[in-house]
Design a protein around this ligand. Structure first.
Ligand SMILES: [Zn+2]
Length: 240
Protein backbone atom coordinates (compact mmCIF):
# COMPACT_ATOMS: atom_id res chain seq x y z
CA UNK A 1 0.00 0.00 0.00
CA UNK A 2 1.29 3.42 -0.96
CA UNK A 3 1.15 6.21 1.60
CA UNK A 4 2.01 9.89 1.52
CA UNK A 5 2.76 12.11 4.45
CA UNK A 6 1.39 15.66 4.54
CA UNK A 7 2.92 17.85 7.22
CA UNK A 8 1.40 21.08 8.48
CA UNK A 9 4.72 22.71 9.30
CA UNK A 10 3.16 25.46 11.31
CA UNK A 11 1.48 22.94 13.60
CA UNK A 12 4.64 20.84 13.90
CA UNK A 13 6.55 24.01 14.82
CA UNK A 14 3.91 24.67 17.48
CA UNK A 15 4.35 21.23 19.11
CA UNK A 16 8.13 21.11 18.63
CA UNK A 17 9.04 22.70 22.02
CA UNK A 18 6.84 20.12 23.74
CA UNK A 19 8.59 17.26 21.91
CA UNK A 20 12.02 18.72 22.64
CA UNK A 21 11.07 18.97 26.31
CA UNK A 22 10.38 15.24 26.47
CA UNK A 23 14.09 14.68 25.95
CA UNK A 24 16.63 15.75 28.51
CA UNK A 25 19.28 16.61 25.92
CA UNK A 26 19.41 20.42 25.46
CA UNK A 27 20.99 20.00 22.01
CA UNK A 28 18.23 17.71 20.88
CA UNK A 29 16.62 18.53 17.57
CA UNK A 30 13.95 16.66 15.65
CA UNK A 31 15.44 14.40 13.04
CA UNK A 32 13.34 15.19 10.01
CA UNK A 33 14.95 12.42 8.00
CA UNK A 34 13.67 9.79 10.41
CA UNK A 35 10.15 11.17 10.68
CA UNK A 36 8.75 9.60 7.46
CA UNK A 37 10.39 6.29 8.38
CA UNK A 38 8.74 6.33 11.82
CA UNK A 39 5.35 7.05 10.23
CA UNK A 40 5.87 4.26 7.69
CA UNK A 41 6.83 1.72 10.37
CA UNK A 42 4.05 2.68 12.75
CA UNK A 43 1.43 2.73 10.02
CA UNK A 44 2.61 -0.72 8.96
CA UNK A 45 1.97 -1.90 12.48
CA UNK A 46 -1.42 -0.31 13.13
CA UNK A 47 -2.73 -1.16 9.66
CA UNK A 48 -1.05 -4.56 9.58
CA UNK A 49 0.03 -3.88 6.01
CA UNK A 50 3.25 -3.47 4.09
CA UNK A 51 3.50 0.30 3.69
CA UNK A 52 5.55 2.17 1.14
CA UNK A 53 5.66 5.83 2.15
CA UNK A 54 6.43 7.25 -1.27
CA UNK A 55 6.48 11.00 -0.58
CA UNK A 56 6.57 13.54 2.21
CA UNK A 57 5.10 17.00 1.69
CA UNK A 58 5.94 19.81 4.06
CA UNK A 59 3.85 22.99 4.06
CA UNK A 60 5.42 25.99 5.74
CA UNK A 61 5.38 29.76 5.87
CA UNK A 62 8.17 32.28 5.72
CA UNK A 63 8.06 35.79 7.11
CA UNK A 64 8.99 38.54 4.67
CA UNK A 65 9.31 42.29 5.26
CA UNK A 66 9.23 41.78 9.03
CA UNK A 67 10.98 44.58 10.90
CA UNK A 68 14.16 43.38 12.60
CA UNK A 69 13.61 39.82 11.46
CA UNK A 70 16.04 37.96 9.28
CA UNK A 71 14.45 34.86 7.75
CA UNK A 72 17.79 33.19 7.03
CA UNK A 73 17.12 30.39 9.55
CA UNK A 74 13.75 29.63 8.00
CA UNK A 75 15.29 29.55 4.52
CA UNK A 76 18.07 27.26 5.69
CA UNK A 77 15.60 24.99 7.44
CA UNK A 78 13.47 24.61 4.30
CA UNK A 79 16.56 24.05 2.19
CA UNK A 80 17.65 21.32 4.61
CA UNK A 81 14.22 19.63 4.37
CA UNK A 82 14.31 19.64 0.57
CA UNK A 83 17.95 18.73 0.00
CA UNK A 84 18.89 16.51 2.91
CA UNK A 85 15.55 15.00 3.85
CA UNK A 86 14.03 14.67 0.37
CA UNK A 87 10.81 16.43 1.34
CA UNK A 88 8.63 18.19 -1.19
CA UNK A 89 8.28 21.62 0.35
CA UNK A 90 5.58 24.18 -0.33
CA UNK A 91 6.44 27.44 1.39
CA UNK A 92 4.09 30.42 1.54
CA UNK A 93 5.20 33.96 2.20
CA UNK A 94 3.74 35.73 5.19
CA UNK A 95 4.12 39.37 4.21
CA UNK A 96 4.36 41.65 7.24
CA UNK A 97 4.71 44.82 5.20
CA UNK A 98 1.27 44.48 3.69
CA UNK A 99 -0.38 42.92 6.71
CA UNK A 100 -2.17 46.12 7.73
CA UNK A 101 -3.51 46.65 4.25
CA UNK A 102 -4.98 43.15 4.17
CA UNK A 103 -6.27 43.48 7.72
CA UNK A 104 -5.93 39.82 8.61
CA UNK A 105 -3.37 37.11 8.94
CA UNK A 106 -2.39 35.82 5.55
CA UNK A 107 -1.73 32.14 5.70
CA UNK A 108 -2.23 29.92 2.69
CA UNK A 109 -0.90 26.86 4.44
CA UNK A 110 -4.12 24.96 5.20
CA UNK A 111 -5.54 25.57 1.75
CA UNK A 112 -2.18 24.62 0.22
CA UNK A 113 -2.02 21.31 2.03
CA UNK A 114 -5.65 20.52 1.25
CA UNK A 115 -5.31 21.40 -2.43
CA UNK A 116 -2.14 19.34 -2.89
CA UNK A 117 -3.49 16.32 -1.03
CA UNK A 118 -6.76 16.35 -2.98
CA UNK A 119 -5.20 16.89 -6.39
CA UNK A 120 -2.80 14.01 -5.73
CA UNK A 121 -5.69 11.87 -4.48
CA UNK A 122 -7.42 12.25 -7.82
CA UNK A 123 -4.37 11.07 -9.73
CA UNK A 124 -4.30 7.35 -10.35
CA UNK A 125 -2.10 5.30 -8.07
CA UNK A 126 -0.61 8.29 -6.24
CA UNK A 127 -1.43 6.95 -2.79
CA UNK A 128 -3.83 4.70 -0.90
CA UNK A 129 -3.31 6.18 2.54
CA UNK A 130 -2.91 9.83 3.47
CA UNK A 131 -0.97 10.44 6.67
CA UNK A 132 -1.83 13.90 7.92
CA UNK A 133 0.48 15.44 10.47
CA UNK A 134 -1.66 18.23 11.86
CA UNK A 135 -4.08 19.08 14.65
CA UNK A 136 -6.35 21.81 13.34
CA UNK A 137 -10.03 21.43 12.65
CA UNK A 138 -9.53 23.13 9.26
CA UNK A 139 -8.60 19.72 7.84
CA UNK A 140 -11.97 18.14 8.58
CA UNK A 141 -13.34 18.74 5.03
CA UNK A 142 -10.15 17.33 3.50
CA UNK A 143 -10.28 14.19 5.62
CA UNK A 144 -13.94 13.64 4.74
CA UNK A 145 -13.34 14.18 1.03
CA UNK A 146 -10.39 11.81 0.96
CA UNK A 147 -12.45 9.12 2.62
CA UNK A 148 -15.42 9.79 0.35
CA UNK A 149 -13.29 8.89 -2.67
CA UNK A 150 -12.03 5.72 -1.01
CA UNK A 151 -8.70 6.85 0.37
CA UNK A 152 -7.66 5.83 3.84
CA UNK A 153 -6.57 8.45 6.31
CA UNK A 154 -4.48 8.36 9.47
CA UNK A 155 -3.65 11.23 11.78
CA UNK A 156 -0.09 11.79 12.99
CA UNK A 157 -0.25 13.89 16.12
CA UNK A 158 0.91 14.31 19.71
CA UNK A 159 -1.00 13.30 22.84
CA UNK A 160 0.40 16.19 24.87
CA UNK A 161 0.28 16.53 28.63
CA UNK A 162 -0.29 19.02 31.48
CA UNK A 163 -2.99 20.95 29.68
CA UNK A 164 -1.12 21.01 26.39
CA UNK A 165 -3.39 19.17 23.98
CA UNK A 166 -2.80 20.67 20.55
CA UNK A 167 -5.15 18.39 18.59
CA UNK A 168 -8.64 19.82 18.12
CA UNK A 169 -11.08 17.70 20.15
CA UNK A 170 -13.39 17.20 17.18
CA UNK A 171 -10.62 15.45 15.28
CA UNK A 172 -10.44 12.97 18.13
CA UNK A 173 -14.12 12.71 19.03
CA UNK A 174 -15.81 12.44 15.66
CA UNK A 175 -16.42 8.85 14.65
CA UNK A 176 -15.48 7.44 11.26
CA UNK A 177 -12.96 10.14 10.56
CA UNK A 178 -9.86 7.99 10.44
CA UNK A 179 -9.15 4.46 9.30
CA UNK A 180 -6.48 3.69 11.88
CA UNK A 181 -5.59 4.75 15.40
CA UNK A 182 -3.54 7.95 15.45
CA UNK A 183 0.24 7.75 15.44
CA UNK A 184 1.48 9.78 18.40
CA UNK A 185 4.87 11.38 17.93
CA UNK A 186 5.38 11.55 21.72
CA UNK A 187 5.71 7.77 21.73
CA UNK A 188 8.59 7.86 19.25
CA UNK A 189 10.50 10.94 20.27
CA UNK A 190 13.58 8.91 21.22
CA UNK A 191 13.85 7.69 17.63
CA UNK A 192 13.64 11.25 16.34
CA UNK A 193 16.68 12.28 18.28
CA UNK A 194 19.11 14.34 16.27
CA UNK A 195 22.16 15.74 17.97
CA UNK A 196 23.35 19.00 16.46
CA UNK A 197 27.06 19.22 15.87
CA UNK A 198 29.09 22.35 15.38
CA UNK A 199 31.50 22.78 12.50
CA UNK A 200 33.80 25.57 11.36
CA UNK A 201 32.54 27.17 8.16
CA UNK A 202 33.64 30.01 5.95
CA UNK A 203 31.28 32.96 5.39
CA UNK A 204 30.17 33.24 1.75
CA UNK A 205 30.25 37.02 1.99
CA UNK A 206 33.33 38.10 4.00
CA UNK A 207 35.27 34.85 4.15
CA UNK A 208 35.56 34.84 7.95
CA UNK A 209 35.46 31.43 9.64
CA UNK A 210 32.96 30.72 12.37
CA UNK A 211 31.63 27.77 14.36
CA UNK A 212 28.07 26.99 13.36
CA UNK A 213 25.38 24.33 13.40
CA UNK A 214 24.02 25.50 10.04
CA UNK A 215 24.18 22.81 7.40
CA UNK A 216 22.85 24.67 4.35
CA UNK A 217 24.88 24.93 1.14
CA UNK A 218 25.46 28.64 1.77
CA UNK A 219 26.62 30.24 4.99
CA UNK A 220 26.86 33.80 6.31
CA UNK A 221 28.64 34.66 9.56
CA UNK A 222 26.96 36.42 12.49
CA UNK A 223 28.42 39.78 11.51
CA UNK A 224 27.19 39.66 7.94
CA UNK A 225 23.76 38.51 9.08
CA UNK A 226 23.50 41.42 11.55
CA UNK A 227 24.57 43.90 8.88
CA UNK A 228 22.03 42.48 6.47
CA UNK A 229 19.30 42.61 9.11
CA UNK A 230 20.04 46.28 9.77
CA UNK A 231 20.01 47.08 6.08
CA UNK A 232 16.71 45.27 5.59
CA UNK A 233 14.95 47.02 8.50
CA UNK A 234 16.06 50.38 7.09
CA UNK A 235 14.68 49.39 3.71
CA UNK A 236 11.37 48.34 5.23
CA UNK A 237 11.06 51.62 7.15
CA UNK A 238 11.86 53.56 3.98
CA UNK A 239 9.43 51.39 2.06
CA UNK A 240 11.96 49.97 -0.39
ZN1 LIG B 1 30.67 37.24 6.96
Amino acid sequence: MKAMLFIDGSWLYHVRPYLLNLCEDPDFELDYRTLPKIVQDQLGQVADLKIDLVRTYYFGTIAINKLGHDNIRERQFYEMLAKRCNYNTEIYEHDFKNKEVLGRKENCLEVGLTTTALSLAFQNSSFDIACILAGDIDYLPLIKQLRAIGKRVVLVDVKGNNGFHPVHHRLMDEINLFDYPSIHLDDHVSKMHYHRTEAIRKCDSCGREEATIFTSDWFYCNNCREEYKLLRSKQIVEGV
